[in-house]
Design a protein around this ligand. Structure first.
Ligand SMILES: *Cc1c(COP(=O)(O)O)cnc(C)c1O
Length: 361
């Protein structure tokens, strides 16, 4: 950890927790391999810090969305197996070769292009119901593998966080059919929640993203993962407001009692969603000071949030003090819900302006 920069919020990435989450998932998946999904800057935690920490925890296969992410990961993980989920795009062939990265292909045209330009290891994505990327499960009859078979056969669950949803069984049945068509090819299944399904397909590999970074793979149940991300903001000013006065843009929050308001140096430009506003008509986000939950007061501004700290310890709710906005209590799932979104979006929005610190690893 280094000293804080004036005014900047600080984002602390707990690499010990990240590694412990990897080990927990790997133990659940075993004997299948656990691959780490590190797209979107490792879900906002930083590909350059998360990649090597995961590699050190025993991860050998990584998935990214874009080739640019593959380049960043290759620079810090020389020996990793890297798959690029978005596949082959025009002009990307040489980059795959330079980076020793493998595309995840999802159509006959992509496959033909890959082979005609020299081929090499690749994954084949079977779309069992997402209707997004991959070869449709019902088009496998006509699907021709021209040369070398894929190194990995992948599919992705639509609603893995709701294990009872009927689509899970449908997807399992469709993927089992694909497995019969391509015997002997290692299979890769996602996503985080699938590690916890009672019913599982035989697979050589499971892919995890969100749960690695502390997201709850079991919505509605206690989170088995350790929190990885902490977001804190310095308090710039503490002010008194009188009952009946409003705080912030557009008068969206009215003091129902004489109150103490702390103005803190994080806003939507730091990745905290504007929709976290706590108003007279809609609940929103919280911060914590000395362990006390303090509701926001009004809008989230670009660079600032105003927080009702009336009930916080007065010695901590002071200019120069710190408030936590994401922590072990205000976890990414809870913050996502308070902002009308999901923890995934919270994680991937963070860190563009905040100071970044790492712990452990
Ligand atoms: C993002 C992604 C994952 C990881 O999903 P999580 O829900 O974050 O665990 C796995 N596979 C594919 C194809 C993905 O796009």
């Amino acid at each position: 950890m280094s000293e804080s920069l004036p005014h900047a919020g600080r984002l602390t990435i707990d690499l010990d927790a990240l590694q412990s989450n990897y080990r927990l998932l790997a133990a659940r998946a075993g004997p299948a391999e656990t691959a780490a999904v590190v797209k979107a800057n490792a879900y906002g935690t930083g590909i350059e810090v998360a990649g090597p920490a995961l590699r050190k925890a025993g991860c050998t296969t990584f998935f990214v969305a874009h080739l640019g992410e593959a380049a960043r990961l290759r620079a810090v993980c020389g020996d990793a197996v890297i798959y690029v989920l978005h596949g082959l795009t025009a002009g990307s062939r040489a980059l795959f070769a330079n980076l020793q990265a493998r595309p995840v292909l999802g159509s006959q045209a992509e496959l033909a292009e890959w082979h005609s330009s020299g081929g090499g290891p690749y994954g084949l994505h079977i779309d069992t119901g997402m209707n997004r990327l991959g070869v449709r499960f019902d088009e496998l009859d006509e699907f021709v593998i021209p040369n070398s078979p894929p190194d990995l056969l992948l599919t992705h669950f639509v609603s893995s966080e709701a294990p009872a949803a009927a689509i899970n069984a449908t997807q399992r049945a469709r993927f089992a059919e694909a497995q019969r068509r391509f015997p002997g090819i290692p299979c890769s299944i996602a996503n985080s929640s699938a590690f916890f399904h009672a019913e599982r397909l035989p697979a050589a590999q499971y892919r995890a993203g969100y749960a690695l970074y502390g997201g709850n793979p079991l919505p509605g149940l206690p989170n088995p993962m350790r929190p990885v991300v902490r977001l804190e903001a310095p308090i710039l000013q503490v002010r008194r407001v009188v009952k009946g006065e409003t705080v912030g843009y557009n008068q969206r929050w009215t003091a129902r009692r004489d109150s103490v308001i702390a103005t803190v140096s994080v806003g939507y430009a730091d990745g905290y969603p504007r929709n976290g506003a706590n108003t007279d008509t809609k609940p929103g986000g919280h911060g914590r000071i000395g362990g006390v939950l303090c509701p926001f007061a009004g809008n989230v501004s670009m660079d600032l949030i105003t927080v009702d700290v009336t009930d916080a310890p007065a010695d901590l709710a002071v200019r120069g003090g710190w408030i936590s906005l994401i922590d072990e209590v205000l976890d990414v799932d809870r913050v996502g819900a308070a902002c009308g979104t999901i923890g995934y979006e919270i994680l991937t929005s963070l860190g563009h302006r905040t100071q970044r610190l790492t712990k452990g690893g």
